[in-house]
Design a binder for this molecule. Structure first.
Ligand SMILES: [Zn+2]
Length: 293
């Protein structure tokens, strides 16, 4: 699943490519990707792309005439620019190549494509009127962005205090703070030396301060690495090797060399260092305990 630094670099590089361009026409090889019907996708034709920005993991394009195009890549959606005249871009009449789901032809002949490989088609494209956007799916009810000025330590403190569940769940609830995914939640909690399983509401003010600092510093460092890695390209492959704890089960903790443990729950894996984060406690891997019954 693309995480926030990946989407941020994608948006920065996409903005350089498409801001200021006018959409000439639209094609939708996978109609199910379009989640709105009014305004229709045909309304995108003729609109100028004024600005491209990110809200959480959503890619938002502000268009002329107060229209918004929102793209949600979910797990397998990726963006590509097929250049005019390139092998990937034979004439406009040519059939859409797999796994293309959605395409915008731009003035000048380039095509911005949403490709979605894999069996589960979950990516979404939304066409919204600007005045309705904040109260419409998928933008309604989202908390502040962790990279924004609106996201303060006080906002985080109120969010965790209002949350009855475990800390990892609390910081991945989009209504509290938008865009902290499964992988970066592990990275942040490891950095803050906090247990993913701790009751969120019982965090001390010192712990909240540590958590806030970790959210800021982990994303800042990851963004830097992603920018270096991808340069001006649209990223397509998530650089999981840049993660320190997530997906590193069984390896030594980068801070204390204790073995990183893993808990599988539903389809989400949690990685943590027992020495740094849980006071030495190793939590049962529920998937394994279920198999052993
Ligand atoms: Zn450790």
């Amino acid at each position: 699943m693309p995480e926030l630094p990946f989407i941020q670099v994608l948006v920065e590089n996409l903005a350089r490519e498409i801001e200021g361009h006018t959409i000439v026409s639209v094609r939708v090889p996978s109609p199910a990707i379009v989640k709105t019907f009014d305004p229709p996708v045909s309304a995108l034709a003729g609109r100028r792309i004024e600005r491209v920005r990110r809200i959480g993991k959503l890619i938002v394009s502000d268009l002329s005439d107060d229209l918004l195009l929102v793209m949600h890549l979910m797990r397998d959606g990726r963006l590509q620019i097929a250049r005019a005249g390139s092998a990937a871009r034979k004439g406009r009449a040519s059939p859409a190549p797999k796994p293309m789901a959605f395409g915008l032809f731009l003035e000048g002949g380039d095509e911005l494509r949403v490709n979605e490989a894999g069996p589960k088609k979950r990516a979404g494209v939304y066409v919204l009127r600007a005045q309705d956007a904040a109260s419409s799916e998928p933008l309604a009810g989202l908390g502040p962005d962790p990279l924004s000025e609106q996201f303060t330590a006080d906002v985080l403190a109120r969010a965790v205090q209002a949350e009855p569940g475990q800390l990892k769940r609390a910081i991945t609830q989009q209504r509290h703070v938008v865009g902290i995914g499964n992988a970066f939640a592990d990275e942040i909690l490891w950095e803050a030396k906090l247990s993913p399983f701790a009751p969120a509401a019982r965090l001390s003010s010192d712990e909240v301060a540590r958590l806030y600092a970790a959210i800021r510093s982990v994303f800042a460092a990851a963004l830097q690495k992603h920018r270096t890695r991808f340069g001006t390209q649209l990223p397509t492959r998530e650089p999981v090797e840049l993660l320190r704890v997530h997906r590193h089960g069984g390896e030594p903790c980068p801070r204390c060399r204790t073995r990183i443990e893993t808990v599988y729950f539903a389809d989400k894996e949690t990685y943590y260092c027992p020495a740094c984060q849980t006071g030495g406690k190793i939590y049962a891997d529920r998937r394994m305990s279920r198999l052993l019954k």
